[in-house]
Design a protein. Sequence first.
Length: 238
Amino acid sequence: MDLENKHVVIVGGSSGMGLGLAKAALDRGANVTIAGRSQERLDKANKTLDNRARTASFDAGSADAAPSAYSSMGPIDHLVTTAAALTYAPIGEISLEAVEQMLAGKFWGPFFAARFAGPIIREGGSITFFSGLAAYRPGPGTAVVAAVNAGLEGLAKALAVELAPLRVNVLSPGVVETPGWDFMPEADRRAFFDGQAKSLPARYVGTPVDVAEAAFCLMTNRYVTGTVLHVDGGGRLA
């Protein structure tokens, strides 16, 4: 099964792993819609894609905005949610506003995607959520991130049963070299990635291309559902 002429919707497709996935899907012949809250960011991202994608600006974590946004996209073959606004802080210090933002992007967004887009996904299609390594290797300041990731994986497994034969899976990435790390000075960033690579069994830090290839496996293999695919260089074992 390939992606030629399939409609792939990527919520969070304006940056990072979502944008990398959008490019790779377009290169495979898919019709891609990138979705996010900022039309300006979507337009900027689409320029890097040679304006080959469609865009949809809406708040995926809003029960008011999501139904009409998904219904306006037409039939969907594969839907992927990569959006996340993560805050790392001790449980006693993290603001409730930050917690609500994480829930909106990382849990309610996928929940509403399944609720409102699920019924218009075509036969043989799929939903893929993105969780993360914190669910398996939590550290100080990661309690809420770990909880949201773990909750998302539980949701996906239940939906794989409830929405069958629609397939629902989760991709759990480790550290991935994306522009999201550009807040660090270049020398510090390189040292960080080098240190990460040395600590991983794979001795390698992933790229958006690695993540995209893994996502394609979940999207196109009709014998895979209710599964969490770890793309972390062995980060759970390090």
